[in-house]
Design a protein around this ligand. Structure first.
Ligand code: SAM
Length: 345
């Protein structure tokens, strides 16, 4: 099989290009460190600022700050005009805490979980074992029981489902259905956005018991609590409530192929006649041509016991094994793929 190089590596033509690739982690650390130090929030709050003002307000020592700010300018995250720094448009849109498109959850996950784990990629490949603490059985419950992990996890999941929501709102015939159940739907961010877009729709989330409280708070904040219900349980053991549309989003990639097939069968059984099962993940193309999705799949190697991304055809096979004969595969934005399985009336 021939695999065409992805755009990020297509320009590798010289030793210098290869050395630049070897240091690509420096780019990520400039972004993650700027977020951790509060630079983006600071520039948003105070507006155009000199290096001295930034150094003082962030409590930095001074050494290296000029290079740090220059690096961020060269990455396109801030701009230098005369002597003052400001946020670029994309930074103002995505990196300022408290704004609707803030991706702070992703940044936290990248800096605290994935960056250390990627330092052990070799060990993961040698052993087949995850490289993060607490990745074994009960990992989700352990993480939800720890207030220091729970908050960042919830905002990270909101970041993920917030990016998918506008696409999912348009990709499916929601007006033809009355109810939706999001299995592993976290604190209801996606269901909340669907209910916001479709006032006729009633929504439910099935997730682990500790998610009940954040679900109540979050759906109230999204002004949809009256049409939203939480069902607590273990999706491998407890019966799922029936709905017209059942969703499994960013869930299957956490589990082994056998567990994915079992989850699909349980979710399919919960779909009402005439309804549909919607599955989305960063599914892999049939030939490995997508570098970001390949990297997401390696993330799952590093942080779960059996997870990975998978091709849409595997999902269709699990649906067929569950008894679903009609499936469609659609892109969901540029990052995800949606598989729809339809149940006859
Ligand atoms: C990766 S998140 C997906 C969140 C959301 N669907 C999205 O698209 O962003 C996986 C979710 O599955 C839930 N979960 C994990 N194990 C579970 C189990 N055994 N039973 C029910 N929910 C579970 C977690 O609490 C979490 O909310």
């Amino acid at each position: 099989m021939t695999i065409a190089p992805a755009p990020a590596t297509a320009a590798l033509r010289s030793p210098t290009d290869v050395k630049r690739l070897a240091n690509a982690f420096c780019h990520a650390q400039l972004l993650l460190t700027a977020d951790e130090l509060g630079l983006f929030a600071d520039l948003d709050r105070h507006g155009p600022s000199t290096q001295e003002q930034v150094t003082e307000r962030l409590g930095l020592a001074g050494r290296g700050v000029n290079d740090f700010l220059s690096g961020l300018v060269l990455l396109g995250l801030i701009e230098l005009t005369g002597e003052v720094y400001t946020l670029t448009g994309v930074a103002a849109e995505t990196l300022v805490p408290g704004t609707p498109r803030y991706i702070g959850g992703f940044l936290r996950r990248a800096s605290r979980m994935l960056y250390p784990a990627w330092g052990h990629l070799g060990a993961a490949l040698r052993t087949g074992q995850p490289q993060t603490a607490g990745a074994g059985p009960g990992a989700f419950l352990q993480m939800l029981a720890d207030p220091a992990q729970r908050g960042p996890y919830l905002t990270m999941m909101d970041s993920a489902s917030g990016l998918v929501a506008p696409h999912l709102i348009r990709a499916f015939s929601w007006t033809a259905h009355a109810s939706v159940l999001d299995v592993g739907g976290c604190r209801g961010n996606l269901v909340g956005r669907l209910l916001g877009a479709y006032p006729h729709l009633h929504g439910a989330v099935f997730d682990l018991p500790p998610m009940a409280e954040p679900f109540g708070e979050h759906t109230a904040a999204l002004s949809v609590a009256e049409r939203a219900t939480f069902h607590a349980g273990d999706f491998f053991r407890d019966e799922l409530p029936t709905a017209d549309v059942v969703m499994l989003g960013h869930v299957l990639h956490n589990w082994s192929p056998e567990e994915r097939a079992a989850l699909i069968a349980r979710a399919w059984a919960a779909v009402a006649p005439g309804g549909a099962l919607l599955v989305y993940d960063a599914m892999l193309p049939e030939t490995p041509a997508d570098l970001p999705r390949t990297l997401v799949s390696l993330n799952m190697l590093l942080v779960t016991e059996g997870g990975s991304e998978y091709p849409a055809s595997h999902c269709q096979n699990w649906l067929a094994a569950a008894g679903c004969t009609t499936t469609e595969v659609l892109p969901l934005g540029s990052t995800d793929t949606l598989v729809i399985g339809r149940k006859p009336r």
